[in-house]
Write a protein that binds this ligand. Sequence first.
Ligand code: GH3
Ligand code: MG
Ligand code: MG
Length: 519
Amino acid sequence: MRNRGIVKRRARPVAKRARARSAGGRGRARSDEIEREIQERRKALTDLMHSQVLGQADVTRAFNQITETAAHVLDVERASVWRLVDSGGAGRAIECIDLYERSPARHSAGLRIAATEAPRYFEALQRERAIRAHDARTDPRTKEFRKNYLQPLGITSMLDAPVFLRGKMVGVVCHEHTGRPRRWKLHEELMASSFADFVALVLETAAWHEAKNALRDERDALETKVAERTRDLQESQAGLRALVDYSPIATVLTRISDHKVVLANRRAATIFEVPLDAIRGRDAPDHWVDADERHQYLERLRRFGRVDDLAVRLRTAKGRTFWARVSGQRLKFEGDDVLLGTIIDITEQRRAQEDLRELASLDPLTGLYNRRHVEGVLRRELDRAQRHQRPLAVAMMDADHFKNINDTYGHPIGDEVLRAISDRCRRTLRSHDVLGRYGGEEFVIVFPETSIDDATVVAERLRAAVADNPIQAADNALADTVSIGLAAYAPGQDLEKLFQRADSALYAAKQDGRNLVRA
Ligand code: GH3
Ligand code: MG
Ligand code: MG
C-alpha cells in the first residue's frame, strides 16, 4: 500500500508536480485527475497493443479499432488513417482508408488530398514526429486546409502523426478536434505517434499476409493441374510417366505394398539429393525425419484417399533435413496400388516468414516493442533532439541473476518472470516513454524530451516496481530484481555511442551490487 503511494506521487510529470505544489490542494486534485487520465489512456493503448485484431489479415477491422481507440483516447471528434499514394502523373496524395467520427459513431473512407493542395503540410509530414497544430486555422502547416476542409467540418485543432515503414513515410494518422481550439500536450503527441506505429504494424502484417496468400495460390494452381491431369490420365500409364517427368513440382510414386519408389521426376531427384537413375527402388520411409509425421500422412491417405499440404520434415539421401509441404493421393500404376506424392521445399518460405516476423514491431513473448522497432524510434528521437536541441535519455535494463531463476525453476517460469517484469515496467512508465525488449533478459527504454535527472527518477521507480512486487512461483516469492544503466544524449552522439554509454552504466550498476540505477 505504502509503495503504491510513492509510485503514484512520483508518477506525476514534473511540470504537473510543480503546478500541484504551487496551487495547493486544488492543484493536487487536478493533477490526480490528469494522472488518472494518463493511466486510462495508457490502458487503452496497451489493450490495443495486445488486441488480436492488429496481427490479422483483416485490415479494415484493424483500422476501425485503431481510429476508435484514438478518438477515445485523445478525446477528439474525428480520428482517421490515410495512405500515401504516389500515382506518377497525378502526383503525390493522401487517401483516407478509415475515418471515425465520434458523435455519429460512424466509419467512412475515400477522401483524397493532393500534395499540390497542401505543400506545407506534406513537407511537415516528412520532417516532424507529429504536427501539433493547436489552432489549425492559423498554423502555417495546416492553414492550407482552412477553406475546403477545416471550416466546413468545424475543425479547430489538429494532431497528425506520419506513419513510417522501414524509414519511408507511407501514411498519416489524423486527430481532429472541433469546438474551441485546444493545446496538445507532449504526451498526446507521443501517443499520436504510437498510433502511427500501430498503423505501420498493420500495414506490414497485411503485406505479409498478401505475400503468403500469393505464394499459396500459385502452388495450389500447380497442384490442382497435376491432380486433375493425373485423374484424366489414370488409365494411360505413359501419360502419367510423361506428366511426372515434366512436372515442375517434385513428384514421387511409391508402391503401397513395400514402400519402394517406383517413379520419380528430376525435381524429386534434386531435392532428395539422389541421382535420377538411382531413385527407383529407394525406401520411402528413409526420407522422413519423424516416423509419427509419416504415420499421420499415411493414416489420412487411408481414410480420405488424399492428403493436402501437410507440413513435415524430410531428409535427403545425404542426410540434410528440410521442411516440406507434402500432398498425396492413391492411384493405380502398372497394376500396383501406389501413392502419388508431391513435395514442395518450404525451408526458404519458412525463413522468409521468420524474417517478416522479425520485421514486425512486437516481441512475441512480452508484447513489448522489439529491438528493431525501438532502434527506429531512437533514431528518430536522436534526430529530433539534435535538430531542436532537446534532451533525450536512454536506459538499458537487465534482469539480475537471471540464470539462477532459470536453473532453479526452469525456463518456462523464467519466461513468466520476463513477462511479469515487462508488465510491471509498462504500468510504471509514463505514457510517452518507449519500452522494448532488447533481447534475452535485457530491455531498453527511450525517454524522449527528458533530462537525465528526470529519467533517473523514472528508472528508480521502475527498479522499485520490480523489486517491491516479487512474483509468486511454486509458492515462493521470487526475488527478481533488475539493474538499470542510463545515458543522456549529448550533441553529435549516435545511437551506438548512446547504447554503449547506457551499457557501461548498467555494468556499473551490476558491479555495485545489482538492483540499482546508475547514470
Ligand atoms: P547478471 O545479474 O549478471 O545479469 O546475471 P545473469 O544470470 O542474468 O547473467 P546473464 O546475462 O549472463 O544470463 C542471462 C540468462 O538469461 C541466460 C539465459 O539463459 C537467460 N535467458 C535469456 N533469454 C531468455 C528467455 O527468453 N527466457 C528465459 N527463461 N531465459 C532467458
Ligand atoms: Mg544479460
Ligand atoms: Mg542478467
